[in-house]
Design a protein around this ligand. Sequence first.
Ligand code: GLU
Length: 479
Amino acid sequence: MKALTVRVRLAPSPTGNLHIGTARTALFNWLYARHTGGKFLLRIEDTDKERSKEEFKENIFDGLSWLGLNFDESPILQSEQIHTHRQAIQKLLDLGLAYRCFATDNELEEMRNKQKEEGKAPRYDNRHRNLSDSQKTVFESEGRTAVVRFRIDDDSLIKWNDMVRGQMIWKGSDLGGDMVVARRAPSHLIGDPLYNLAVVVDDHAMGITHVIRGEDHLANTAKQIALYKALGLSEPKFAHTPLILNIEGRKLSKRDGVTSVSDFKAMGYTPEAMFNYMALLGWSVPEGMEERFTKVEASKAFGFDRVNKAGAKFDWDKLNWLNAQEIHDWPAERLLDELKPLFKKKHWSIPNKDWGILLAELLGPSITVLQDAIDQSRPFFEDPILKEDGKKQLQQEGAIEALKSLESQLELNPWDGINIDTPKELLNIASKSAGVKKGLLMKSLRAALLGTIQGPDLLISWSLLARAGSDRTRLRGCL
Ligand code: GLU
């Protein structure tokens, strides 16, 4: 027997930027597809005409491509499948498994209010399930519109074996009564199809074998399984991944600051670290595997047996650690390439490639997110503001004399910033002739050049400034 090819999908709605939760769902789908040699597909669920926006669609595509979650077939637009959704609804009507419900919004609200008063959970009470023809005629003659509702028997049990959560059983009575599958329309028509129906029809049409999505869809899965059965379609397997929680253990939301992949990108997180980190949001590596891994390693090791049921807490420290590790491993060329657009935004220009590489080599080891490099690069592009510690340093006894002496040495032997032995000699001579310790001169020089006594390697910093021709102006500025 030919083994079944795994076909999984991401089905985002383009009603917002690519959310970290959706991206993590995409990642698990992608990992499973790569692990099994299957296909990862994309379906844009763009049926909400008001809220769906082209810019969000673009943001989703960009985010997936930035993370390297490439899909294997052309994306499907749900809005283009509406006729097939309507056909399925017609089939349910023909089979007597769905019916038109003429209840008005007011009647439904009254029903819910009454349920509330009685302390019951709100649900549709299936009141129009068995309307007689004459009742229908009355409603139609009143000009009422109708939704289409799919029958969900209260005493039915919906079962599936979830790849993460094991055996699942939902009672039909817990699904809120007969479910609307098409919006309100004049009763000879079928209104706009709704989410659960559309998903079932589309997943079937796309040959989806495994539906992998967040656990907030558990009740939808139960409804969808009932629809698969009613439509005579074989259902896929389901895996429900845990929610992403904030530090306090609540669902990660806008209030936690960043929630979309593009936000993380803008903060200077790398796609590699994001990929790595998101895989760990709900999945734990097998014994013996490091928590820092490549895409290939992750796709080899991935499986739902190691996806946790419990919510996954968002851990900034771990993400930062992974990001720093990633950046520290980059060759300077790559770091420079990543920094160039950020520098450009600041109108900072790099005198030449060697200079840029030297800067990248200097800063690389101390960067956690790319944005850090902006703060740390500033003194190499803009004259620094003298900080309190720098001021104190320059007030030290002998500091200014030593810098003056260095300046006169530079006058005699200007340094182009290339030969790294020259400044060492100059520092020796200058400190001796000023009668101060070399350490004091070096600290004071750092304060003069960079405005503070904290910072990266002094000689390389000086070399960068010397090559850009700004070391002596800064030095003189302090004398
Ligand atoms: N459009 C739905 C969402 O974004 C899809 C859920 C699903 O995967 O079926 O939540």
